[in-house]
Design a protein around this ligand. Structure first.
Ligand code: HEC
Ligand code: HEC
Ligand code: HEC
Ligand code: HEC
Ligand code: HEC
Length: 401
């Protein structure tokens, strides 16, 4: 009995010692400035699997994260629409784009020859990762875009959120890659900012092209402590679903359809979106109403667009901004319904890559290098395949006209 108590006290003491030694020092300074995953020498006693930074290698031990991440836009960030624009830019400007699409020092181009070889290689291997997670793929790390190591590895050291179960922060030991550095910084919106927030100095009409963190700061979600991860990585799942996912978008909105004083009233409320709907300048949402007669013939249509529209004319200009801010409710009223109409049909169409479709069209209208043109034509097919119908419903009119 005494022995057991003594043992208990010792364990307690050791526990306190551990707690005192590990405190949350946050992400290392400059985590997002010229990040390098493999800076310095790899620890000499590591296995090949531990020194392999490709996501297929992480997948051998972190299958759950890999299986979710491989289907995300992050995994596809080294896209045809991106690399198809590089040939005309040169590798230095291309590297500026990679600052968000594949930012590790190991992913950047060393010169134009490196860039052209990679862009050509991508034609033969359109997917950046091997879906099975088996490590037969030998594609360069940049092809996996916003890869595991982009968020988690600096100078061979793994960084992650507080350990699951124990909540331990600071240095956490483990059976592989010498454990990891745990910090609650992984759970904050600021973590996503280096790629999802442009500086205010690049504002157009007061707002940068990407203003997601600022929009979030002004929303009720910031006050309630609901960070990007809670919506985009629920229970730490690496889903990163956004405007390209109909179910995700539906989760963020409330739809109401009713008749009011002889008019059809459709309302959309942004209930669970931590930023503008949509936050980026590329998607467009089209709300359409159609008056139908007893035979189902269309008598009149109405249309509205939800979009932030910008164009280039001696610098970027904003044409309009009709996006919904967090919590905002907007009505789309079909006024002056014609005689003979018995139904009003509303539908909402989402075009996630609306802006890029225009970019691709104008690129293809000029002469392009064949490899680049092949990528851009692929990007057009990808973009068109992304359009979807978000909502469709008919309102039976009760008042006669
Ligand atoms: C040989 C197996 C193995 C490989 C390969 C591996 N890991 Fe790990 N990893 C582990 C183990 C085991 C832990 C410790 C889990 C714990 O203690 O909670 C861990 C922990 C982590 C954590 C911390 C999790 C947390 O709770 O914060 C991160 C992040 C991580 N690994 C990322 C990676 C990345 C990125 C790669 C690929 C570049 C990788 N790992 C490759 C086995 C592996
Ligand atoms: C500050 C970070 C950042 C930089 C720099 C950046 N992008 Fe992006 N890019 C994004 C984000 C975020 C998205 C996704 C937007 C969305 O869907 O909400 C995106 C989406 C895209 C897409 C559409 C999706 C796809 O991959 O096909 C293309 C094409 C693209 N970017 C090209 C470029 C090019 C070309 C450059 C350089 C001139 C560039 N980007 C620089 C952050 C960045
Ligand atoms: C865009 C950045 C990003 C990318 C890419 C990414 N992660 Fe993570 N990862 C995070 C964040 C942020 C968290 C913590 C989320 C939280 O705590 O809410 C996390 C958590 C984890 C954890 C801890 C999970 C747990 O349940 O405790 C592991 C392990 C991990 N990531 C491995 C990976 C692997 C493997 C990949 C690639 C297949 C990957 N991550 C890709 C940002 C990323
Ligand atoms: C290293 C840069 C980088 C970091 C860090 C990063 N992202 Fe991204 N994210 C991107 C890029 C680039 C894209 C667009 C990829 C594409 O489509 O080509 C993207 C796309 C997305 C999308 C999908 C958008 C859509 O159009 O459907 C979501 C959601 C997202 N990111 C959320 C997050 C969250 C949440 C975090 C922080 C935990 C985060 N990202 C951190 C670069 C980054
Ligand atoms: C309360 C939940 C919630 C929070 C918090 C949140 N988002 Fe979202 N986000 C959504 C929903 C729902 C969508 C889909 C609708 C849309 O596209 O606006 C979305 C879409 C996106 C998209 C797709 C592109 C677009 O134009 O809309 C990106 C990128 C994104 N979020 C990044 C972030 C980042 C970065 C943060 C943190 C600064 C964040 N989100 C915070 C719910 C949230």
């Amino acid at each position: 009995m005494k022995k057991a108590l003594l043992l208990f006290a010792l364990v307690l003491l050791a526990g306190i010692g551990l707690l005192a030694a590990s405190h949350d020092s946050g992400l290392p300074e400059g985590y997002w400035d010229s990040p390098a995953a493999s800076a310095g020498k790899a620890p000499h006693d590591w296995s090949n699997l531990e020194t392999d930074l490709r996501p297929e290698a992480c997948a051998q031990c972190h299958a759950e994260q890999f299986d979710a991440w491989k289907n995300t836009r992050h995994a596809a960030a080294y896209s045809s629409g991106l690399v198809g624009q590089f040939a005309a830019m040169g590798f230095e400007s291309a590297n500026d784009c990679l600052q968000c699409h594949a930012p590790l020092a190991e992913q950047l181009y060393s010169g134009n020859a490196d860039m052209f070889a990679s862009v050509t290689l991508k034609l033969a291997h359109p997917a950046g990762v091997v879906a099975s997670g088996q490590s037969e793929s030998k594609l360069p790390l940049r092809h996996s875009g916003v890869s595991c190591a982009v968020c988690h590895v600096r100078g061979w050291q793994r960084h992650g959120p507080p350990q699951r179960g124990t909540g331990a922060v600071g240095e956490v030991g483990g059976p592989a890659h010498d454990g990891f550095q745990a910090t609650a910084d992984f759970e904050t919106s600021q973590f996503c900012a280096s790629c999802h927030q442009f500086p205010q100095s690049m504002a157009i009409n007061g707002k940068p092209l990407e203003n997601t963190l600022e929009e979030w700061k002004q929303s009720r979600f910031a006050k309630e402590g609901v960070h990007c991860q809670q919506c985009h990585m629920p229970d730490r799942k690496h889903e990163f679903r956004g405007i390209h996912d109909a179910e995700m978008v539906k989760k963020g909105l409330k739809f109401e359809l009713s008749e009011r004083a002889g008019q059809a009233v459709f309302a959309i409320t942004s209930t669970w979106i931590g930023h503008a709907f949509p936050t980026y300048v590329t998607p467009q949402i089209i709300v359409r109403a159609e008056a139908l007669d007893a035979a189902g013939k269309s008598l009149q249509t109405w249309q509205w667009e939800i979009v932030r529209e910008v164009y280039y004319n001696n610098g970027w200009q904003e044409k309009r901004d009709t996006r919904l801010m967090p919590g905002e409710r907007r009505e789309f009223v079909a006024e002056g319904i014609p005689e003979g109409a018995i139904n009003i049909r509303y539908h909402v169409q989402v075009i996630p890559d609306h802006f890029y479709k225009g970019v691709y069209e104008s690129l293809l209208s000029d002469s392009m290098q064949p490899v680049a043109a092949q990528h851009i034509r692929q990007a057009v097919r990808d973009a068109e395949g992304n359009d979807y119908l978000l909502y469709e419903k008919e309102l039976k009119l009760t008042s006669s006209r």
